[in-house]
Design a protein around this ligand. Structure first.
Ligand code: PSU
Ligand code: MN
Length: 327
């Protein structure tokens, strides 16, 4: 028996900069987010991995509520993103947010590559910076606030590389979105991460600072390529960048001074955490959650407070930028 080859039907390429990419994208927007987006109002995407894998249950729900509240007060609409029962949800109901924050759910941590298989299988999971960026863009949202960006992981003693480079970096290089964060944690190789961002042609802006922040600490000691001092300047840089590039943009906002961790405590916890990861042979997607857990328990909650304050500050700044862009 011979099978008849199907004629190839060339499909027209989808425009890369469709004004409303969400028109055909299989994402489900909450009514509030859809209305705001269609009206051209300010919308800010928020991720869910930071809730499910980055903060302890209980505390995560408080932080989630505070983040959404912060965005609203600043005049924007929050769109927390997660995959629930095979549907990418952009904007969560109170019950959905509770589900994402519940320890019983044991949600998977979904990077961008996990979206397809997870959706097809009807499964649920929390989205990282990479997958949140992809879904936010598909929903027509251009501004996203988080805590820390993933990056290039430090090799264990004796090794030269782990090849563990967060997908956050590659996705930012090809997704037109502004990510507002407090840099990356010093559990990562910050200079190497900045190099990879340069390779991806992702502009890196420092908000009110000349040095790139390091999450729990206000400075990594490394220079930031471009300094901006107001939401209007960020919006201007974003608009000008967009005329030439479909790459994302990173706005690094240092942790508020009063919430910054003590450097000695920080350095000790970091050394302990890295040793723990090495001993337990933790790898891949588990590395970041294990290190974060160590910081949170061994600091007696100091790092948790720091984490909360910096994400809230980023949500506020992202909202102010989104409001500028919506003008
Ligand atoms: N930074 C934090 N808390 C987090 C994360 C980063 O301070 O929870 C999460 C984010 O979702 C980020 C992800 O996208 O970790 C990066 O994970 P990985 O290194 O496995 O790519
Ligand atoms: Mn990784």
């Amino acid at each position: 028996m011979t099978s008849t080859p199907r004629p190839a039907t060339p499909r027209p390429a989808a425009p890369r900069h469709a004004a409303n990419p969400a028109a055909d994208a299989p994402v489900t927007l909450s009514t509030e987010v859809a209305e705001a987006r269609d009206a051209g109002a300010a919308v800010v995407a928020l991720e869910s991995t930071i809730l499910s894998h980055g903060l302890p249950a209980g505390r995560n729900l408080e932080v989630a509520a505070r983040l959404e509240d912060t965005v609203r007060r600043a005049g924007a609409v929050p769109a927390t993103i997660a995959v629930l029962d095979g549907t990418p949800q952009v904007g969560l109901t109170a019950a959905q947010l509770e589900r994402v924050c519940s320890a019983d759910e044991e949600l998977d941590k979904l990077s961008a590559r996990d979206l397809g298989p997870t959706l097809a299988a009807g499964r649920s999971g929390a989205t990282t910076v990479a997958s949140t960026s992809v879904l936010a863009h598909a929903a027509g949202i251009g501004v996203f606030a988080t805590g820390g960006l993933g990056g290039v992981h430090l090799p264990p003693p004796g090794a030269t590389t782990t090849w563990d480079v967060s997908a956050d970096l590659g996705v930012l290089g090809r997704t037109p979105i502004l990510v507002v964060c407090s840099g990356m944690k010093s559990i990562l190789d910050i200079p190497a991460t900045l190099e990879v961002l340069e390779t991806g042609s992702v502009p890196v802006l420092g908000y009110g600072v000349d040095e790139f922040p390091a999450f729990y600490l206000r400075s990594s000691g490394l220079p930031v390529p471009h300094r901006v001092d107001s939401p209007g300047q960020v919006a201007g840089a974003m608009t000008a960048h967009r005329a030439f590039s479909s790459a994302g943009m990173l706005l690094a906002n240092p942790i508020p001074a009063e919430a910054e961790m003590d450097r000695e405590l920080h350095d000790r916890l970091l050394a302990e955490g890295l040793a723990k990861v090495g001993e337990a042979a933790v790898s891949g997607a588990d590395v970041t959650p294990v290190l974060l857990e160590h910081f949170h328990t061994a600091s007696g909650g100091v790092s948790l407070d720091a984490n909360e304050e910096l994400v809230v500050a980023n949500a506020e700044l992202a909202s102010r930028v989104a409001v500028e862009l919506a003008r």
